[in-house]
Design a protein around this ligand. Sequence first.
Ligand code: PMP
Length: 382
Amino acid sequence: MIPGPIEFEPAVLAAMAQPTTSHVAPDFVECFGRALDQMREVFLCPDGQPFAVAGSGTLAMDMAASNLVEPGDRVLVVNSGYFSDRFVDIFTRYGAKVKSLSAPLGEAPTAEQVRAALAKEDYRLLAVTHVDTSTGAATDVRGMAAAAREAGALSVVDGVCATAGEEMRQSDWGVDVYLTASQKAISVPPGLALLVASPRALERFRGRRTPVASYYSDWSLWLPIMEAYQERRAAYFATPPVNLVAALEVSLGQILAEGMEARFRRHRLLSEMCKAAMGALGLQLVAKPGFEAATLTAPYYPAGVDASLLGHVGKAGVILAGGLHPEIKSRYFRIGHMGPNTPGDVITTVGAIESGLAAAGYRFEPGAGVAAAQGVLLDRAA
Ligand code: PMP
């Protein structure tokens, strides 16, 4: 139950284990083409251009930055934590003049603050982290994308800890690039950088005055490949990760069979169950009210308990993640609840946390967390 890589579905892992075909084999051409079509449906972006490339989420960030900014362009980074800092580094590397708009720990800047900041300079691009994996703070992507449009800036959103879990409607909300990685709510082992670009993003890319500085990220090399597979033709620039693409096609099929609306609701339910349980056990959350992500929960250790809690919880059968945000790293832990997780997984996790807390000498009413999680579930079912 860590915020990625998550535990994967057997059918997805079975697809990984199939004999590897040529990347130009007819079966693979069909499989890759279908996976790209499904990406548009999962991102709710029917007119977007999908890209699926071997690499991690950081490559997807690099692709968005290297293709969409030119030296001297102004970029505003909506900074909600650890991974927003990475955006600052990447955009700076490609020569952008970057300004970072920060918020107190556990919060994200609001759409109003972003609108005011955008009005001060002529920004070409707004970069947003949908869910900061270090704090569990979620950003108002809808409001940010609207503010970017009003200001004539492109919006690029890092959905690595959000896509296919957190509510997101790329076309309706006017997000220009939504990017992610395979290993979280997309529910495929690590190794795929995924993004969908809006027609506006491609127009900006086509109007570049300077070549893209990164060779591997350059959309002029990747676009003909993605278009070919979408038209069910084989094409080659760099060998695609055939087995990962096969697994992606299976997982996106499962996601769409559940349905995006049901999936958003389930993630919200898992999150509310987990957060209610932590509250009932007396644990404070890093993410402040109004900023809580649906995909993960980050509680502080209660008084008298330290990171050794995670070892005790592990002995009770559940693996959790430690802190990541440098300011509070040793003071909190993280619980991922995304992808195929069920309410039963959350209840099991809360039970294991209670066992761990008891082993760590923390005093609480046994079952209080489990009862709170169950209470949310039963309320929802009523
Ligand atoms: N952005 C966010 C929000 C993330 O959580 C992560 C990874 N945890 C990344 C970017 C980077 O992705 P990767 O590790 O796959 O390169």
